[in-house]
Design a protein around this ligand. Structure first.
Ligand code: FAD
Length: 395
């Protein structure tokens, strides 16, 4: 802290992205506070696998390892996927990725969101460098020349040289800062559940593009699959209302019985899908990170991975500024973060948007061109390597 008692960095939002950033910066000896409005429910091995899972990429694993939480996560409950199979219901051809082809043990890992957050919160609790304010909710934010100042609902005031809004897709802070968003409502909901299948999942992430949206089967550590089924809103409502047997039959059919019949399914939940890109990432001494800055279609499992790349970038940019003796909240420092991350996140989001639109196009000609595209990628080894490297966060 400086003489006025200012923090270096104040992070608002203790989801995976805010918690990882607070921990990473504290490990780099920044003075950090983390404000979260409600403590997350702890992860427990005896509970069933939570319905919210994410596919985490190799560069995310490296970062979690670097901040000392990966060993706790991997020792708990993690489903590695070593292969990926992607195909189109309306066209021939299949894209196949294999970790071994790229010299890796896994293409990624399926992990409960709650487990990632819990491991981060435990590490934060054990780290004296993070001041945790929970429950705490920001009611006002103000940019002054030398600090971002927040007032909490209980009238506590905190000052920091940088404030990071990692307060999720609805980001109240982004709204308070007057930062707008480009938005597209997909008019779809992602129906999620865990299912047991007749045949083993083979440590493979499967995705079938259907006329209404993609259907993914992601391999869980316990042998089941976590499904993410993107459907038009009315169709999602119908699927949610089916009884268990009818749901399992429709799901098996939609998945082309690729793993045989669906023998059991948990309760279902659904999440609305939209694209949301903040118009800027910086306002005065405040920056956006994670879903507060970008929300993408889950078809390639990239949302949280992009957020972790924000964390890695912000950590590097703030670290470099401190080494040079600069004010870490100076406009040119925060703009560097914005330049690097906003373009990459926008590219990823728009790329996913194009894929979503292309696979949504009805009719035989569209299916024909999709199948040519799929076969061309499958045969062009360098292009396939490029796609695999991008998904792994290596380029
Ligand atoms: C169906 C589905 C599947 C997905 N699959 C994948 C996947 O496979 N791979 C992947 O990488 N991503 C995936 N995602 C995206 C991923 O879940 C999100 O990108 C990620 O959870 C965002 O994390 P976050 O920390 O930015 O936000 P959040 O997890 O929303 O955290 C925000 C936090 O801020 C707190 N908060 C909010 N307001 C305030 C306030 N005023 N004061 C204090 N605290 C506040 C909230 O309580 C919360 O804890 C998926 C998303 C969906 C919907």
């Amino acid at each position: 802290m400086n003489r006025r008692g200012d923090l270096d960095v104040l992070v608002v939002g203790g989801g995976a992205i805010g918690a990882a950033l607070a921990l990473a910066l504290a490990r780099d000896e920044f003075d950090v506070a983390l404000i979260e409005k409600s403590a997350p429910k702890p992860w427990r091995a005896e509970d069933d696998v939570d319905l919210r899972v994410v596919a985490l990429a190799p560069d995310t694993r490296e970062m979690l390892d670097n901040i000392g939480v990966w060993s706790a996560i991997v020792a708990s409950r993690v489903g590695p996927y070593r292969r990926m199979r992607v195909w189109d219901a309306g066209a021939p051809g299949e894209l196949a990725f294999d970790a071994a082809e790229h010299g890796n043990a896994a293409l990624g890992w399926i992990i409960e969101n709650r487990l990632v957050q819990d491991a981060l919160w435990q590490a934060i609790a054990a780290h004296p460098g993070v001041r945790l304010v929970c429950p705490g909710e920001v009611s006002e934010v103000e940019n002054t020349d030398d600090a971002a100042v927040v007032a909490l609902a209980d009238d506590t005031r905190l000052r920091a040289r940088v404030l990071v809004a990692a307060d999720g897709a609805e980001s109240p802070l982004r709204k308070q800062l007057g930062i707008g968003c480009a938005e597209r409502d997909y008019a779809q909901r992602a129906v999620v559940a865990h299912v047991a299948t007749e045949r083993a999942h083979e440590d493979t992430a499967w995705q079938r593009f259907l006329p209404g949206g993609p259907l993914a089967f992601l391999p869980l550590a316990d042998g089941r699959c976590s499904i993410v089924w993107s459907l038009p809103n009315d169709e999602a409502a119908r699927i949610l209302a089916l009884d268990d047997e009818a749901f399992r039959n429709e799901l098996g059919c939609a998945f082309d019985f690729r793993l045989g019949t669906i023998v059991a399914a948990t309760a279902r939940a659904a999440f609305p899908l939209r694209l949301r890109l903040a118009e800027k990432y910086v306002a005065g001494r405040c920056v956006l990170a994670g879903d507060a800055a970008h929300v993408v279609h889950p078809l390639a499992g990239q949302g949280m991975n992009l957020g972790f790349r924000d964390v890695a970038c912000l950590r590097r940019v703030l670290g470099d500024a401190r080494k040079r003796g600069s004010d870490v909240g100076a406009a040119h420092v925060l703009r560097r973060y914005e330049r690097e991350r906003r373009s990459e996140n926008a590219l990823a989001a728009r790329g996913l948007d194009v894929i979503q639109r292309v696979f949504d196009l009805p009719g035989v000609p569209a299916a024909f061109f999709r199948s040519i595209g799929v076969m061309a990628i499958q045969r062009a080894a360098p292009l396939k390597d490029l796609i695999a490297a991008a998904a792994a966060g290596r380029i």
